[in-house]
Design a binder for this molecule. Structure first.
Ligand SMILES: Nc1ncnc2c1ncn2[C@@H]1O[C@H](COP(=O)(O)OP(=O)(O)OP(=O)(O)O)[C@@H](O)[C@H]1O
Ligand SMILES: [Mg+2]
Length: 223
C-alpha cells in the first residue's frame, strides 16, 4: 500500500481540496483509495457523534468504504489548535489508536490529511511528525499560492527534511484568483523545491465536485 501524508504551508490553504482531487484522480486510474484525517478539531455534534467536514469530504472522494471512526479516530469539537482541543476534551493522544485504525484497510493508496501546517504540537509531548511516522515517511506539500508562499514553502520543506521525512512532491493550489505573478511564483518553487510539482489546482467554484486539478505523479513504486 502506498501512503502519502498531505501537509500544507498553513491551515486553510487547500489540503482537503488537494487530497480529495488526488483521491479522485487515483480512483479514476483504477486504484482502491482511502482518505484519512486522523486528527481533527472543528467538528460538529451529530446523533452519530462528532463529525468533521474534512473527514466527510475525504470519505466522499474515496472508493474504499471505511467506518467514520477509522477515518477520523480523534475528533474534537472546538475549532482550535489540536493540543488545546485535546486538553479541553481531557483526551490523551495514543499513537497506537492511529496505527490500529490502519489495520485491515484494503487499499492501494492511503492519502492522509494533516492538521494545520507541519510544525504542529499535538499535546504536551507529541508533535505532528510523531503521528505522521505512524503512517508514512512520504510527504506531499500543498502550497496555497498567495503572496508569502515561497517563504512558507521553503521553511516547511526544510523542516520536513530535518525531521527525516521525504518530500515526494508539491501541489500548487491557486487559491487566490488575482495573485500577481502566479506563474513566476510557481516557476520559482519548481526551481527551489527538492521534489516535482505533482498537482496544479486552479482557483474554482468550490461547490463543484469534479476533479479540477491537473495531476502528474512520479513513477510509482509500490511499497
Ligand atoms: N483552488 C481553490 N479555489 C478556490 N477555493 C479554494 C481552493 N482551494 C481551497 N479553497 C477553499 O479554501 C478553503 C480552505 O481549503 P481547504 O479546506 O481545502 O484547506 P485546508 O488546508 O484543508 O484547511 P484546514 O487547515 O482547515 O484543514 C475552503 O473554503 C476551500 O473551499
Ligand atoms: Mg482540511
Amino acid at each position: 500500500m502506498n501512503t502519502w501524508f498531505i501537509t500544507g504551508t498553513d491551515t486553510e490553504i487547500g489540503k482537503t481540496r488537494a487530497a480529495c482531487d488526488l483521491l479522485r484522480h487515483l480512483a479514476e486510474q483504477g486504484h482502491r483509495v482511502a482518505g484519512l484525517k486522523p486528527l481533527a478539531s472543528g467538528c460538529e455534534r451529530t446523533p452519530e457523534g462528532l463529525r468533521n467536514a474534512d473527514a466527510l469530504d475525504l470519505m466522499a472522494a474515496s472508493n474504499v468504504r471505511l467506518p467514520y471512526e477509522k477515518v477520523n479516530p480523534y475528533a474534537f469539537e472546538p475549532p482550535v489548535a489540536p493540543h488545546l482541543a485535546a486538553a479541553a476534551a481531557g483526551v490523551e493522544l495514543d499513537l497506537d489508536v492511529a496505527s490500529g485504525a490502519l489495520k485491515d484497510i484494503e487499499a492501494d493508496w492511503l492519502i492522509v490529511e494533516g492538521i494545520g501546517g507541519w510544525s504542529v504540537p499535538l499535546d504536551e509531548r507529541l508533535l505532528l511528525r510523531d503521528l505522521v511516522q505512524v503512517f508514512t515517511r512520504q510527504v506531499v506539500l500543498v502550497v496555497g499560492m498567495r503572496l508569502g508562499c515561497i517563504n512558507h514553502a521553503l521553511l516547511t520543506v526544510e523542516q520536513i527534511q530535518r525531521d527525516g521525512f521525504e518530500l515526494v512532491g508539491w501541489v500548487a493550489n491557486q487559491l487566490d484568483p488575482d495573485m500577481a505573478e502566479l506563474e513566476g511564483n510557481q516557476a520559482t518553487l519548481d526551481r527551489l523545491l527538492p521534489a516535482p510539482r505533482i498537482g496544479t489546482i486552479p482557483s474554482h467554484d468550490v461547490e463543484k465536485q469534479e476533479v479540477m486539478g491537473k495531476w502528474r505523479l512520479p513513477p510509482l513504486s509500490l511499497r
